[in-house]
Design a protein around this ligand. Structure first.
Ligand code: R7I
Ligand code: MG
Ligand code: MG
Length: 359
């Protein structure tokens, strides 16, 4: 029997932390130029990636957008505070936004930043609650930035993963659809981190997420559902993911768009990102690469719509599962602030390794 040393196990985990942060960054940087496009041809994307992979190519960095700008704040806040600190995280979001407002933020979240600035962080949750006539935003902004929470909570139980994901999302996204999307994305990254490379059973992966989301979405007596809002929305979406998986490689981009969504709403993008990760565990017709991380990004972007966010969320799950070894060197070097993503991944890993994140 092969004996794996404790050191090798820790190295593999550190690689998963890096892969997660870098996968998220790559999805954002490489997906951003296509945001809003519909059904992008696989051959265009083959040329796009082939060009980037050329070791001699010298071009400006692909810039990151709000997805990464906010994920960097989440990571830095967890690192600085050694835990979730609502006021610190909100302050970092607002400072970051006013320093660089042109990163493609959602059109409504900027009102939350303005209100937080006015109330001087005396009440960090109320501004998000007032969005959309008091229902809160269902945008995917809470989910797109959640990967560092999954890393920080590596050793925590589901209840703490869920609570930390929910609280951090509530700073900007008070709608159940918005924060539950963040919870699902966080659970998916967390599960990918805990799944050793080569031990992935894709059906089991989704079924595990379904059983976790069943608990999360069980209504309490205080829950009020708006007209048209379904209970167990994410459980239903994940069940649809299982159905698409059963249909195999004949599922078209149009069908994914219709049945799961490619939209900025969390419920129309988080399940799509999970499906992209799973679909790309096998070769995909027309996608010219043997590398599973690149395949995940390529496939997620090819779906169109909210490409930066869906590719970023899919990339963070893929990176958390495959680890940094599978991230193509010649791709990642084109991302703005790559070194920061690696540094934050290492700092989060150190917190987990030292036990500082357990206090
Ligand atoms: O969720 P959020 O941070 O936006 C993230 C998206 C990502 O794709 C980023 O890459 C960036 O492009 O934006 O920002 P919000 O402003 O809270 O939500 C985004 C959008 O979702 C809003 O501007 C609305 O168009 C829509 N939306 C809603 N529309 C109707 N009713 C969110 N909630 C509602 C709602 O309750
Ligand atoms: Mg963006
Ligand atoms: Mg987006």
């Amino acid at each position: 029997m092969k004996v794996i040393s404790a050191m090798a196990v820790m190295e593999a985990l550190a690689s998963k932390f890096r892969g997660c942060m870098v996968g998220a960054l790559m999805g954002d940087c490489f997906g951003a130029p296509f945001e809003g496009d519909i059904n992008i041809s696989r051959s265009i994307l083959n040329s796009y990636f082939k060009r980037l992979l050329d070791p001699d190519l010298k071009v400006p960095y692909k810039q990151y957008t709000d997805d990464t700008a906010m994920a960097r704040c989440v990571a830095q806040s967890l690192i600085d505070s050694k835990g979730y600190n609502a006021k610190d995280m909100a302050r970092k979001f607002v400072k970051e936004f006013y320093a660089e407002p042109n990163r493609g933020y959602g059109s409504n979240i900027v009102d939350v930043f303005a209100a937080l600035r006015v109330n001087k962080f005396s009440d960090v949750y109320t501004p998000a609650g007032l969005q959309f006539s008091g229902r809160g935003s269902f945008g995917n902004g809470g989910a797109m930035r959640i990967a560092p929470v999954a890393l920080f909570c590596y050793n925590k139980d589901d209840e703490e993963v869920v609570n930390t994901a929910k609280d951090s999302a509530l700073l900007t996204h008070a709608s159940r659809m918005g924060y539950n999307g963040a919870i699902l994305q966080c659970l998916a990254v967390h599960l990918a981190l805990h799944t050793p490379f080569d031990k992935l059973d894709t059906v089991n992966f989704v079924e595990t997420l379904i059983s976790k989301m069943k608990k999360v979405e069980t209504p309490t007596e205080d829950d009020i559902f708006d007209e048209g809002e379904e209970p167990f929305l994410y459980v239903k979406k994940l069940t649809k993911v299982l159905e698409l998986m059963e249909r195999g490689s004949c599922v078209t981009n149009e069908q994914v768009g219709e049945e799961l969504g490619i939209h900025i709403a969390a419920h129309l993008s988080v399940p799509t990102a999970i499906y992209s990760f799973i679909r790309a565990t096998n070769p995909i017709s027309g996608v010219e690469t043997d590398n599973p991380v690149q395949r995940t990004l390529h496939y997620a972007i090819s779906l169109g719509g909210d490409t930066d966010t869906i590719a970023s969320m899919a990339g963070s799950i893929a990176g958390a599962y495959y680890g940094m070894e599978k991230v193509p060197e010649n791709l990642k070097r084109h991302c703005e602030a790559l070194a920061d993503a690696i540094k934050q991944a290492d700092q989060l890993f150190s917190l987990v390794e030292s036990g500082a994140s357990n206090s």
